[in-house]
Design a binder for this molecule. Structure first.
Ligand code: NAD
Length: 426
């Protein structure tokens, strides 16, 4: 594969940065791209370009804006194979997943929000005033302005367009800071923007890291009217602090330590399939993934044995190999983080039902960030792997005896997000 050069996209033009950083393929450690890191001045220029484009974009009749959004979705579909190759090169995820989820849903987000915006009503309501007269109140929805869009690496195009789609539909302009781990598809989207004629400056991309780089430069910029961020809870704290300067609104989608509750009356096979998918898919790098499983005691042993079988049948491998169950983790750094949790589980006295380390891979893949799907039992609720988000293909399974106990266990977490309940009696 040839090494790509990825540039910043500012005011409709691709620009070199102040230096480049390397993006490695997580499957084999090979260089995928040299990425141009934006300087503070370039982040300023991107915000200025978005500001300049704002009045005309905001003033466009909704039908014209939504025509652009539909054209963007079609433009991604037209270059489906390029987007697929870019996403797979950055993440190493299986083709069968990326071509069903990442790219089609990444494109569909533009169509979905084109439909939504056409159907958002203006609200009006009548209210009695203290003097007995009636007052008519109404709420008019207006663009917020220039939006900073800061993205994670686990579903790069999908999660990015999930923010960019609604922002543009509502008449805002955006500056996107993709994850340094997955810079390719946001850059490619710049080409599609130009190809379908989206006015220059409506969509901008600045590459770089978080602290003391494009992420921080963008979120601390006073010319940004609102920030939308998906990523780790701790990063969210830093961004919320940045947004406090100027009291600017933020929208967050953060981490999770999600529970799955399996009752004895559930469809057993469906529950095993569902939990296996929730724990291992995308190599466990899904915010809604399940890392804590609570199983009603009568079926506990049988459930653990069945999930073990599923984990062991989930083979790590290359994206285009049909036998591949999971790809690699996103990076060596993340692999070290996940392995540190595997070590903590062991030190805390977990029973390692399966996995717990790095799988044996062919010589050509030795430099990849591979990891074994892993299941533990026997840990107290206070153990690190039961409390903290790991973001790897792993889960701890514990038994429960009553519905109240299961609900209390599921709710006992500082995170939000989700829980799944498997039962025959909802
Ligand atoms: P991350 O927080 O490390 O990075 C996300 C983005 O923030 C990156 O673009 C990064 O460069 C940037 N960033 C880092 N520090 C910054 C700073 N100080 N200022 C501004 N920007 C900064 O997250 P990640 O590791 O890329 O993604 C994984 C995390 O995302 C997990 O915690 C996962 O649960 C979460 N996530 C949540 C959802 C959801 O919808 N709730 C969806 C996907 C991922």
């Amino acid at each position: 594969m040839s090494v790509k050069t990825l540039r910043n996209f500012i005011g409709g033009r691709f620009e070199d940065g102040i230096r480049t950083f390397d993006k490695l393929n997580p499957a084999n450690g090979e260089l995928v791209a040299r990425v141009h890191e934006a300087s503070r001045d370039q982040v300023n220029a991107a915000v200025a370009a978005a500001r300049q484009a704002l009045p005309a974009w905001a003033a466009l009749p909704v039908n014209q804006r939504t025509d652009y959004l539909v054209a963007l979705a079609d433009g991604i579909e037209r270059r489906f194979d390029d987007f697929l190759a870019a996403e797979i090169g950055d993440t190493g995820k299986p083709v069968g997943w990326a071509n069903q989820i990442d790219i089609p849903r990444g494109a569909a987000n533009f169509k979905i929000f084109a439909d939504v915006i056409k159907n958002v009503p203006t609200e009006a309501f009548e209210m009695a005033t203290p003097d007995g007269a009636a007052a008519l109140n109404y709420a008019v929805r207006k663009p917020r302005g220039v939006i900073a869009v800061v993205c994670p690496w686990n579903l790069p195009l999908l999660l990015m367009t999930w923010k960019v789609g609604p922002a543009l539909a509502c008449g805002n302009t955006v500056v996107v800071k993709p994850s340094e781990e997955t810079p390719a598809t946001a850059t490619l989207l710049g080409e599609v923007m130009n190809a379908v004629g989206v006015p220059k400056g409506v969509y901008n991309v600045v590459h770089g890291l978080g602290p003391d780089s494009a992420g921080e430069f963008l979120t601390t910029h006073r010319g940004v009217d609102a920030i939308t961020f998906t990523g780790e809870t701790r990063t969210g704290e830093a961004i919320m602090a940045a947004a406090s300067k100027g009291v600017r609104p933020v929208s967050f989608e953060l981490g999770g330590k999600n529970a799955g509750i399996v009752f004895a009356d559930a469809d057993f096979d469906a529950a095993v399939d569902g939990i296996a998918r929730a724990a291992f898919v995308n190599c466990g790098q899904v915010c809604l993934g399940t890392e804590r499983v609570y199983v009603e005691r009568p079926i506990f042993d049988r459930f653990v044995a069945a999930l073990k079988q599923k984990a062991e049948a989930t083979k790590p491998g290359l994206p285009d190999d049909r036998a591949t169950g999971i790809g690699p983790l996103i990076s060596k750094e993340h692999q070290q983080k996940v392995l540190s949790y595997y070590a903590k589980a062991k030190a805390d006295g977990a029973t390692i039902v399966t996995g717990g380390g790095v799988p044996k891979m062919p010589a050509a893949l030795q430099e990849g960030s591979w990891i074994e799907p892993t299941i533990w039992t026997g840990l107290p609720e206070t153990a690190a792997v039961v409390r903290e988000e790991i973001f790897g293909p792993c889960c701890h399974i514990a038994p429960f005896d009553s519905e109240d106990e299961a609900v209390a266990l599921a709710n006992d977490t500082p995170y939000g997000l989700c829980t799944t309940v498997w039962t025959g009696n909802l």
